[in-house]
Design a protein around this ligand. Sequence first.
Ligand SMILES: CC(C)(COP(=O)(O)OP(=O)(O)OC[C@H]1O[C@@H](n2cnc3c(N)ncnc32)[C@H](O)[C@@H]1OP(=O)(O)O)[C@@H](O)C(=O)NCCC(=O)NCCS
Ligand SMILES: [Zn+2]
Length: 204
Amino acid sequence: MRQWLARTWSNLFSVSWQVLCLYRLIQFFRRKRGFKFLMVALAYFQQVLSGCHIHYTAKIGKDCHFPHPVGIVIGSYVQIGDHVKIFQHVTLGSHGRYGEEAGYPIVEDDVTIYTNSIIIGALTIGKGAVIGASSLVLSDVPAHGLVYGNPARLRGFICTCGEKLAKDSVPQSEAHDAVCLVCGKCGARYTVSGKALERFSKNT
Ligand SMILES: CC(C)(COP(=O)(O)OP(=O)(O)OC[C@H]1O[C@@H](n2cnc3c(N)ncnc32)[C@H](O)[C@@H]1OP(=O)(O)O)[C@@H](O)C(=O)NCCC(=O)NCCS
Ligand SMILES: [Zn+2]
């Protein structure tokens, strides 16, 4: 009970929590007839409160977190999964190419998007991926991929425990060109096939 009270108290002063609560409220009124004015007013208040703009057609999963909720733009029809962390000044939206049908990003569960990154177009950021600061992401990111740069390129992989994977000196595959990776934190071992990370063993 005390823990719940402490969490609720700290949530009340968390702008991230307030922004996401307002988002849920806007979704609630969106489904009700005759509440359009209230929906628009709440969206306005949300934007003035934080400087973040979340379009009412965007979908956001549960337990997402904005550590520094300023300047985040989540455009129309963007889909965000559960436990996604989005840092300040991140933009997600359509490509905006003239004459082309608009496409929108899908962000799967457990993704972290660091500050100042821009993710645009019909692409998927795979589960557990990490987008480094100031990246321009224009194409799919594989699950657990680490990308950064402009345009963002695949630079490595992230373990399910959140640690960056390192090259493994112990061969795990008979294929000569197989890339073997190991987690320095939990000891999990992986192989990379194409751009996909495959779990080899929990730890050894
Ligand atoms: C991508 C990131 C997670 C770490 O990646 P990493 O592979 O461990 O990075 P390293 O520090 O080992 O650097 C490896 C190389 O990539 C470069 N690099 C790292 N992050 C980069 C980025 N976001 N954009 C461009 N280059 C980057 C480094 O300069 C280095 O280049 P070099 O080999 O030529 O010297 C980190 O750099 C990052 O972007 N963190 C986000 C921090 C942030 O936004 N914090 C929020 C604070 S409120
Ligand atoms: Zn690990």
